[in-house]
Design a protein around this ligand. Structure first.
Ligand code: SAM
Length: 336
């Protein structure tokens, strides 16, 4: 981490300031520690990333997933501007956010970190897993990016601090999605903008969503073992998946039902996209649907109730990217 970024951090337990107690005080710190000025808690900096949770925790499958697929979903790798398009369409934010502070909880490998950083804003990214290391390796060199390993419900960033916060693909993977959501607005200044998404709970999820039939078993398999099994399964199924994909209209959906993540709709069919790219996304997202400890879709009604409970303004809860999209602003009066 860059030493000047210390101003963006605080103790996640008592909210007081942190000081650098170990590590060089100028430039960047690779190994060192941060100490809370009030309660004395110590937070290590390991491999340039401040750690506010134990390195290994319930999100370990994501750590493995993003380590194996550090760049798979980056636009430069796929040759498609999918992350850029989704970031600006889902947030509805301008391309230039110079002078603003953004928070990104659950950054994964950092495909959206890269895009958000390109707006010129100061970006505070956090992930519970060692995906934080993966993100650091790609985006940590940016002067305007701080990456930490921490928990969305206890973020080491000050309250009423950021202008904007986006949280993509994370809430359903936390032990308590409501609690995770409710912990977000307090980090925003009055009138700050919040965009988040969460899987949508529908009857068809459970009837046709084959992943929910097998997840009770697969989520218990150690991530390394499951990842090897997923690769073998995708390799075995790939010739069939290539045929199924050509069935008009329903082909890719059928592949998802057969537990082969099929991104041919988004990336392009054979001929238009390298088969190896499609297959890499299939390894990644097949593992992503079977491995997480938590996968808890929500109803539109439940999400609207969360927004009410949080006292948010200008609330829009709509079906969109990743299921349900939430757009809101925090009250102009600040937190009560
Ligand atoms: C499906 S990935 C999404 C990553 C990224 N936002 C994207 O859309 O590419 C979910 C991420 O949320 C992280 N995560 C899960 N629980 C978390 C928590 N309690 N606090 C912070 N991050 C968490 C996981 O480690 C994982 O990297």
């Amino acid at each position: 981490m860059r030493t000047e970024h210390i101003v963006h951090l605080c103790c996640p337990s008592c909210r007081s300031g942190l000081t650098i107690v170990d590590g060089n005080s100028e430039g960047a710190i690779t190994e060192g520690a941060l100490e809370c000025e009030r309660c004395g808690s110590i937070y290590p900096i390991v491999r340039s990333v401040p750690r506010f949770v134990p390195e290994e925790n319930y999100a370990a499958s994501f750590g493995l997933e993003w380590t194996e697929h550090a760049r798979t979903q980056y636009d430069a790798t796929s040759g498609r501007a999918l992350s850029k398009q989704r970031f600006f369409e889902e947030t509805r934010w301008p391309y230039n956010l110079q002078g603003q502070i953004l928070i990104e909880p659950g950054s994964g490998s950092g495909r959206f970190t890269e895009i958000a950083a390109s707006t010129g804003a100061t970006l505070l990214s956090l992930d519970m897993s060692v995906a934080a290391d993966v993100n650091f390796a790609t985006n940590g060199h940016n002067e305007n990016v701080l990456i930490v390993q921490g928990d969305i419900t206890q973020m080491p960033f000050p309250y009423e601090y950021a202008n904007r916060l986006f949280c993509f693909g994370v809430l359903q993977h936390t032990p308590d999605p409501r609690q995770a959501f409710l912990s977000l607005p307090r980090h925003l200044r009055p009138g700050g903008r919040l965009v988040a998404d969460v899987y949508q709970k529908k009857f068809t999820n459970y009837v046709l969503g084959t992943k929910y039939w097998v997840r009770p078993l697969t989520r218990r398999v150690p991530p390394e073992r499951l990842y090897r099994l997923v690769r073998r399964y995708v390799d075995l199924m790939w010739p069939t998946a290539r045929v199924v994909r050509t069935i008009p209209r329903i082909g890719p959906t059928l592949n998802w039902r057969l537990l082969v993540a099929d991104y041919s709709r988004e990336l392009g069919k054979e001929g238009a996209i390298d088969d190896a790219v499609l297959k890499d996304w299939a390894y990644l997202d097949t593992f992503d649907m079977l491995s997480p400890q938590f996968d808890q879709p929500q109803t539109l009604g439940a999400v609207r109730r969360w927004c009410n409970e949080a006292g948010l303004n200008d609330v829009e809860v709509v079906v969109g990217y990743n299921g349900i999209e939430i757009h809101a602003t925090t009250s102009q009066l600040g937190r009560s």
